[in-house]
Design a protein around this ligand. Structure first.
Ligand code: PMP
Length: 438
């Protein structure tokens, strides 16, 4: 076993897991046949030596739902309180959204049929881009077929060799991948550390004028917010542009749900608003919103737009209804935030470490992978489903359970989930009380 020590010793879970790590099956620098690692991984999975599969292969038989029927790795189906979905407002199943998507399905069919350039865009795509730019109060916006592709496409279109992309250490993988594809220099500052960001900016040579600071608005594995007021101020002082990926902030954070930039009062100062349509909006895709010239440039140079088939029209139709709800601030944000407060209060009172969440994401720090997997497994057995998060999403010693709260959970369901989480945390010695495993 290669991970750090935990308070739990002698459990089957502990000894059976964690003999192999994510890194053990990466490409090996050309030393072996490309498929050799596939055999090694298959072997480890067969022997249950590789625990990092988390929710992979778990079947959700209900779709996005606060209580879902889930079929586990053991083939058994059980109802579970769903704390692992990013459809925070459950707009995926909102009647207006579903009705609009159904009507568009009949009218337009289920696929776009072409990339945007080759007539993949319908009037619904166009209307959705208009709705998004109205919501963000920008001149224009551009839809991407995935959120991942939005980040990769925007960064790799705007930046190139000689430029610099400056990242928060906790940024999403797609932001890092966009930087790598751009072949710009990549700098990283410690998570939300503004002194660290300023240090990076101060050391840039004057000759390096192409500077992009990119940050998650809400950090996906922490649930906390980037201090965008300070980031924007530093950017202005050092001549950098600012891009915010507000995948988990849109529809939830800020006085009217316009996201993290609204929470910090800096919407106009953010140069590029990127957000995902796959999380609170409950659909699929991503977008970038900003000036008309920026969007015009991206339509031609963002390869994940130019070379990738447009979103299906029914998704756009559903999202148009979502933005009507967002504009009216009637999408369920207040209900979500009150459910999150209920869960946080219970977990904090029980003694868990939950970081500084200010969104629908509540992380529960575990710090030991064996414990993490044991925790998630036991929660699931007791009818609560949550995500495990570890390397490469976060450092191993910062591994955590991530709860994503859904607004449509009842108070009773949430209270049941909190009871289970607290009892299981005690069993595993994560918080005070008797450890069943000691
Ligand atoms: N950015 C962040 C912060 C995310 O959490 C995600 C989704 N995990 C993405 C980008 C990618 O978005 P999508 O899943 O819509 O492709």
């Amino acid at each position: 076993m290669r991970t750090g020590q935990s308070a739990v010793t002698g459990t089957d879970e502990r000894t059976a897991m964690n003999n192999s790590l994510f890194e053990d099956f990466l490409p090996d620098g050309g030393k072996s046949d490309l498929f050799a690692k596939l055999d090694c991984l298959a072997h480890a999975l067969q022997e249950e030596r590789h625990a990092g599969v988390g929710g992979l292969g778990i079947l959700n038989l209900s779709g996005a739902s606060p209580v879902a029927n889930l079929q586990g790795h053991d083939g058994k189906t059980r109802p579970a309180i769903m704390l692992g979905s990013n459809s925070y407002l459950n707009l995926t199943k909102h009647p207006n959204v579903v009705a609009a998507a159904r009507a568009a399905l009949d009218a337009y069919g289920y696929g776009a049929g072409a990339v945007s350039l080759y007539a993949g865009i319908t009037d619904l795509h166009h209307a959705l881009e208009t709705a998004i730019s109205r919501f963000y109060r920008t001149e224009a916006s551009i839809l991407f077929p995935s959120g991942y592709g939005a980040n990769v496409g925007v960064i790799s279109a705007l930046c190139g060799p000689g430029d610099v992309v400056i990242n928060d250490a906790a940024n999403h993988a797609s932001i890092l991948d966009g930087g790598v594809l751009s072949r710009a220099e990549i700098k990283v500052y410690p998570h939300n550390n503004m002194e660290g960001l300023e240090r990076v900016l101060r050391r840039l040579p004057d000759s390096q004028a192409g500077r992009l600071i990119v940050t998650d608005g809400v950090f996906s594995m922490h649930g906390d917010l980037a201090p965008l007021d300070r980031i924007v101020a530093l950017a202005r002082r050092y001549g950098a542009r600012v891009m915010v990926d507000d995948a988990h902030g849109i529809g939830i954070v800020g006085p009217t749900g316009r996201g993290t930039a609204e929470a910090f009062g800096v919407m106009p100062e953010v140069d590029i608003h990127v957000a995902m349509l796959s999380k609170a909006p409950g659909g699929l895709g991503g977008f970038a919103a900003g000036s008309a010239k920026l969007v015009q440039y991206l339509r031609l140079y963002a390869r994940t737009y130019f070379f990738s088939t447009a979103l299906p029209a029914p998704v756009c139709a559903g999202l148009l209804e979502v933005f009507k709800l967002f504009e009216a601030d009637e999408a369920g944000r207040a209900q979500l935030l009150s459910r999150v407060a209920e869960l946080k209060a219970r977990l904090l009172a029980a003694g868990f470490r939950i970081g500084h969440s200010a969104s629908g994401i509540v992380p529960l720090l575990v710090g030991d992978e064996a414990l993490l997997y044991a925790f998630q497994k036991r929660l699931f057995e007791k009818g609560v489903y949550a995500n495990t998060v570890t390397y490469p999403a976060v450092r191993r010693r910062e591994c955590r359970i991530r709860f994503c709260v859904m607004a449509t959970l009842s108070s009773e369901e949430l209270a049941y989930a909190a009871d289970v989480i607290i009892a299981t945390g005690r069993e595993l010695g994560l918080i005070g009380g008797q450890s069943a495993c000691a």
